[in-house]
Design a protein around this ligand. Structure first.
Ligand SMILES: C[S@@+](CC[C@H](N)C(=O)[O-])C[C@H]1O[C@@H](n2cnc3c(N)ncnc32)[C@H](O)[C@@H]1O
Length: 460
């Protein structure tokens, strides 16, 4: 098999990351935007010793689990410029959830050695909003063929596809992006060039509060050179009264990382405020906040059911703006939140004050280091009646964090994961420390995409 070969295949199943899998003889072939049961004509685009990648040229016979994607920028066979924002629009929503559930279980079994017969698999929780649910957009700004363009990359390329309406975001956010593109085009601002590293404006980041219908903008620029940026900001403010805050972020580095280290407020409020359940939470522009509001509330309700214990000390590790710990604080004796982002810890402390919560303390630093200090200075022995919640980034928990958690010796660990592969690895490690997986539950945060979010409960 060689690059450029065209072959007919049938898709067997979906794999983590969302691609379909087929086999040609002993060669495994991954095909994005496919569905189990599809009969396809594909072109091989990459061949390695143990697998190949292919793109769909023609859908010969579609699987009956397919639906017609609603978004005009979504992949179509033969199309080379398409938006990489979401990858599962061709699957009907209940089918998306079904496959996420299967992939989550399969991964825990294969990579985590989990015996699923001994685990309570709770019913998955689909998202009530499957369109326009996202509160955040991060868009590169580039010049392509002489035109300023703000959009999402075509996967595997540096080509940006613009849009007039992204159906995962609100119409207000979409209108701001369209207007922004127009005024930047008409302005004197220079646009960042990835190849040379020259130019000023590199990204537009928008975040929306659905509680107040306010929008916060963060313009990522290479240096603090404000004349042309100020013109853009003034026009945006004149046109959109719902913009409550504007920031600039300085990122001079020639890399794919979106945000630099310095964020400066130019206009308005220091943070956005969102309401989750009965509590209000503020979030600074660079602090993490979950993207799907109603599913976040569902997720936190599930956590609260698991931690309800007046005598318990709750450790909220990777706590972001303190949202989980503060949600659960009235149900437990004490909350310790740990988070590396300085802005998020400031937000967490503000959020405790704003919600009149007095039994929560927050600690800034890498979880590895903060826990080390705790165990050295304060808690040499296991802490009676501890419950740990971890909600790490995609990389999962580091070995050091898991080691420290096992020293705290919580009787229960609630592990929220956005990556079943690292979750499986960490569950396997915790099994070696005497924990068993009691429950798993899919909480779908990311409709139209293959991203998987789930909650697991481990006990000893
Ligand atoms: C998936 S978010 C979860 C945030 C929060 N639990 C929530 O529900 O909004 C992961 C958080 O972990 C933080 N983080 C990443 N690596 C960390 C580390 N080594 N130590 C502490 N925090 C870390 C990130 O800044 C981010 O806020």
């Amino acid at each position: 098999m060689q690059t450029g070969d065209r072959v007919k295949i049938e898709i067997e199943k979906l794999v983590l990351g969302g691609d379909g899998l087929s086999r040609i003889g002993r060669l495994v072939v991954f095909v994005p935007y496919s569905c189990p049961g599809d009969e396809l004509l594909v072109e091989i685009i990459k061949v390695k010793s143990n697998y190949a990648s292919a793109r769909i040229i023609e859908i010969i016979k579609p699987s009956n689990e397919r639906q017609i994607p609603q978004c005009p920028y979504f992949f179509q066979p033969g199309k080379t410029d398409f938006c990489g924002g979401c990858n599962w629009q061709h699957l009907d929503y209940p089918i998306q959830v079904k496959y996420k559930q299967e992939l989550m279980q399969e991964t825990l079994k294969q990579l985590g050695g989990v015996n699923l017969k001994k685990v309570e698999i709770k019913p998955s929780i689909p998202s009530s909003c499957i369109w326009r649910y996202r509160n955040k957009m991060q868009l590169p700004v580039r010049k392509q063929e002489g035109k300023v363009i703000t959009g999402f990359y075509t996967p595997g390329t540096h080509k940006i596809v613009g849009f007039s309406d992204c159906m995962l975001h609100s119409s207000l956010m979409n209108k701001i992006v369209q207007y922004f593109e127009g005024i930047v085009t008409a302005s004197a601002v220079s646009i960042y060039n990835e190849t040379t590293g020259e130019g000023l404006l590199r990204h537009l980041v928008l975040r929306q509060s659905f509680f107040k219908d306010e929008i916060e903008l963060n313009l990522v620029i290479t240096k603090r050179k404000m004349t042309s940026i100020n013109v853009i900001i003034k026009k945006l403010l004149d046109r959109f009264p719902s913009i409550s805050g504007i920031f600039i972020n300085i990122n001079p580095l020639k890399s794919n990382v979106i945000l630099g280290n310095q964020t400066i407020k130019i206009y308005g409020k220091d943070y956005l405020m969102e309401k989750l359940g009965k509590k209000k939470y503020c979030m600074s522009p660079t602090s993490f906040f979950q993207v799907n509001k109603s599913q976040t509330e569902n997720l936190y309700k599930l956590v609260a059911e698991e931690v309800r214990d007046e005598q318990a000390t709750l450790w909220d590790i990777y706590c972001g703006c303190g949202t989980i710990g503060l949600w659960c604080a009235p149900l437990v004796k004490k909350v310790y939140g740990i988070e590396e982002s300085k802005s998020a810890i400031r937000d967490a402390e503000n959020n405790a004050r704003m919600n009149n919560i007095t039994n929560a303390d927050f600690f800034q630093g890498k979880a590895e280091e903060v826990l080390s200090r705790f165990l050295k200075d304060k808690y040499q022995k296991p802490i009676k009646n501890s419950i740990v919640v971890v909600d790490p980034p995609r990389a999962g928990c580091s070995r050091a964090v898991l080691e420290k958690i096992s020293k705290i010796y919580p009787w229960k660990i609630i592990y929220i994961s956005c990556n079943p592969a690292t979750l499986a690895r960490d569950i396997k490690f915790l099994k070696g420390k005497g924990y068993y997986l009691k429950e798993i539950q899919l909480v779908d945060m990311f409709p139209q995409t293959s991203h998987i979010e789930c909650l697991t409960v481990l006990e000893r």
